[in-house]
Ligand binder design. Structure first.
Ligand code: NI
Length: 166
């Protein structure tokens, strides 16, 4: 495994629609392992393959129970993710991104979603998510379509300290 370089705006790969994964081979496993290591190194809450310069449809999200630090966070790996359901209810929240250093923004997104795709072995993956987890999934799927949170933000600012960049 290796930590890969996280690219930042205005790198064109961040604005490119990523390609669907068709083979669940060793190369994909290596990419996923490297993405996990990179996300941990950068203390990210999520990561999309285009952020390491690979224009492929792979995302990671790591989410823990903020109230219970004794339970380790859950790592979700989704290949070819699709959000198949959005709640009509929306909620505003602050987001940051590893590829947009030094900024945060207020983004309004659906409160809950259903996400479908494949796991790293190529088996079907489907789950419902709400709140912060649903937000991170939406942020990461946006990356696969060349969309950045700043495109959706109602307000962007420079925080003194960034947190939970994704
Ligand atoms: Ni991001």
């Amino acid at each position: 495994m290796a930590v890969r370089e996280v690219i930042s705006v205005p790198h064109p790969t961040l604005r490119t629609k990523a390609e669907k994964i068709t083979t669940f081979d060793k190369e994909l496993q290596g990419l996923i392992d490297d993405m996990v290591e990179t996300m941990h190194e950068e203390s990210g809450a999520g990561l999309a393959a285009p952020q390491v310069g690979v224009s492929k449809r792979v995302i990671l999200v790591e989410f823990g129970d903020e109230e219970d630090e004794t339970t380790p966070p859950t790592l979700y790996i989704v290949v070819n993710p699709r959000i198949t359901k959005f709640s009509p209810e929306t909620v505003s929240g602050a987001e940051g991104c590893l590829s947009i250093p030094g900024l945060m923004g207020e983004v309004k997104r659906p409160y809950s979603i259903t996400i479908q795709g494949k796991n790293r072995q190529g088996d079907p993956f489907k789950m419902k998510a709400q709140g912060w987890l649903a937000r991170i999934f939406q942020h990461e799927v946006d990356h696969l379509n060349g969309v950045l949170y700043t495109d959706r933000a109602t307000e962007v600012w420079k925080p003194e300290e960034t947190y939970d960049p994704v």
